[in-house]
Write a protein that binds this ligand. Structure first.
Ligand code: SF4
Length: 321
């Protein structure tokens, strides 16, 4: 690991003034530094800032401080009661020890677990722009089937972000230009020609909270398919928030992990469902729309039929169809 400067921020305003890389739980960044993938000159320790509160909002929503540990968030009574999809997604991620240390904002900003990204002996456009992509034509079983480019097909690894996306979360940030609110759906960038640029955050911009609106759907679930029963990233996951009234689906929010280069949501697939009576034929139609543009790269071809089955099973569960 290369030497670096360490600054402990006392206030949020001070933190964003320093040129450096923010660190809180460090559950991903320290690994990346040890592997030589990241070598920040300055670490700005934000772990002592007062950003670890979960607060109810006047409209029935929830404000989640950036530093709330994943395990605390999963166990929070308001999350369990109103946003069970979020609690389930959090508990499906990582291990107990990691969840105790990892923070809500860090979870959104964790980096891909593409094997080649961590292997500095191989080409990787995300780690070293312009060097190539070893996953293309390499072993790509865990890679994306949606949202990739010829430059990168790495998946975003977060479970929590997938649930928050289905819940229409908003990210609140503080930067040198002041506070900004950004729908979570706009936070992560597709790789395109610049896979090393992963979010819409400006340099020095700090996520201070995530806000959830009052839940729109009455039924929620998170279903994750992975290689092991715990401590494994999603091959395919689905966060579903659905409401059925009078025998028809009146609200459908579906987000996916393991499929896309960013936490994935497809309004066109949701639109297929709304206003219709639940049935397997309808669910298959939504899957056709979701996966119409999907493309495998060999080892990950199986994700496309797997996603179809997981989506249909999730919708059966959420609608009692
Ligand atoms: Fe790097 Fe992306 Fe290719 Fe993985 S998929 S090797 S992260 S460029």
């Amino acid at each position: 690991m290369k030497s670096f400067a360490y600054v402990r921020a006392q206030t949020v305003a001070d933190a964003v003034k320093v040129d450096g890389r923010f660190i809180a739980g460090g559950t991903n960044l320290i690994d990346l530094m040890k592997a030589g993938v990241e070598a920040p000159e300055t670490l700005v320790d934000i772990s002592r800032l007062h950003l670890a509160q979960v607060e109810e909002l006047p409209d029935g929503g929830l404000r989640i401080g950036a530093l709330v540990p994943n395990s605390d968030l999963a166990a929070h009574p308001l999350v369990i009661a109103r946003y069970p999809v979020l609690s389930r997604a959090l508990l499906a991620g990582a291990s107990g020890q990691l969840r105790n240390k990892a923070t809500a904002a860090g979870n959104l900003l964790q980096r891909t677990r593409c094997y080649y990204f961590y292997d500095t002996a191989t080409p990787c456009n995300k780690r070293e722009p312009g060097s190539g992509c070893a996953a293309m034509g390499g072993y790509n079983r865990i890679h994306a089937v949606l949202g990739g480019s010829e430059h990168c097909i790495a998946t975003h690894p977060s479970d929590m972000a997938v649930a928050m996306l289905a819940l229409d979360a908003t990210v609140v940030t503080l930067g040198r230009g002041g506070e900004r609110r950004l729908p979570l759906a706009q936070l992560h960038r597709l790789p395109g020609e610049t896979p090393q640029v992963e979010t819409m955050l400006e340099p020095g911009e700090l996520i201070v909270a995530t806000e959830l609106p009052a839940p729109a759907g009455s039924r929620q679930t998170y279903r994750k398919v992975r290689d092991r029963a715990s401590y494994a990233f999603a091959l395919v996951s689905v966060a579903g928030v659905v409401k059925v009234e009078g025998g028809r689906i009146t609200h459908a929010a579906l987000a996916f992990g393991g499929l896309g280069t960013v936490p994935w949501r497809d309004p066109a697939a949701e639109a297929v469902l709304v206003g219709q009576a639940p049935s397997d034929a309808l669910f298959a139609q939504a899957a056709d729309v979701l996966l119409g543009q999907a493309g495998g790269h060999g080892d990950n071809d199986f994700k496309i039929p797997l996603a179809r089955r997981v989506l249909i099973a999730t919708l059966r569960e959420l609608t009692d169809a």
